[in-house]
Design a protein around this ligand. Sequence first.
Ligand SMILES: C[S@@+](CC[C@H](N)C(=O)[O-])C[C@H]1O[C@@H](n2cnc3c(N)ncnc32)[C@H](O)[C@@H]1O
Length: 351
Amino acid sequence: MSDAPDNASVRLLGRDRTPFLPDRLWLDGAWVSRADRPARWEEAARADVAVTTQTRGVVPSSSASMPSVVADILDACAVRPGHRVLEIGAGTGYTAALLKDRVGPHGSVASIEVDPEVAARARRNLDAAGVDVEVVCGDGFAGLKRGGPYDRVHVTCAMRHVPTAWLEQCAGGRIAMPWGPAFSTDRVVALDVADGQGVGRFGAVASFMVMRAQRSRAWDAWPEGGETRPVDLGLDWRRLDGPLGGFGEFVVGLLLPGVTHRTSGGDPEDGERVVWLERDGVYASVGFGAGVPTTATGDERLIRDYADAVAWWYDHGRPESAGFGLTVTADGERAHQRVWFGSPHGPAWEH
Ligand SMILES: C[S@@+](CC[C@H](N)C(=O)[O-])C[C@H]1O[C@@H](n2cnc3c(N)ncnc32)[C@H](O)[C@@H]1O
């Protein structure tokens, strides 16, 4: 048995991500340089964690994803030798290299990156590693018509809206991506495309940076709460809290198209937690906890919709995300998105 320290990227993906990482990583809220703190840098590079490689202010804007999650999306994508693959979000260039490993000499990989600096670095990293991948700087939402048709589209930024362009450029193929409702983080979904429609069931948890133009600005400035009033939603505080922060958050989000949220306050066991809701610039909040009355501010409709979604989740036995799937149909620039429960013919919500 080897006593070399574990390197998660080698073990899980068959290629070391270290050569693709910049000399400075953003770890625990500060930059760590490889020259000054080599042990800490190496530890993060080898671990099964996502590492931020670029920030805007203190907000992460590019990263190398967590190796185990990279493995989940690659598995879902089912890339085979000879495939033509389009990647969205080159980042460090690492997953583009993994895709090239899988398609082999008779396949091809093109990767689109929206940030010019990041694209240039991905290109340098891939050249240095001797990997033949075309890196294009541009908006991945439009896909890359000139290299198509593709067998696979492999997406490494989280999607809220799937473009019709991908369905057209990958007709008859598969699109694998992290997808989430506006309310929550993402799940991996692989859409099998046929006749202008992609269909797939939600899989593993994946928390990714949302595609740049699709990031919500709703919470850049905190809204005025307005007058607080007591409210009876027919659910006790434990139920109102139940889906938040757990697997139910994704599912409740599927039932609340276009709704975003934040929470504030502490542990509702010994204080009050507040869930803040937003839809189309309209806000509301619900406060609850052990021994405190449930109160609300803002839009009544939004509050009732949240309570109805939570009640639905409990009434259906708290289903997990694998019980749901996504059908995406070509329709203008943004494809039409329908989330379903059970089967594509089951109850559905338009996103
Ligand atoms: C999680 S990182 C990608 C990780 C990368 N695959 C790797 O191996 O390092 C997500 C990337 O998507 C890029 N991105 C965001 N929006 C995009 C868009 N509209 N088109 C193309 N790339 C985009 C970001 O700049 C970021 O570099």
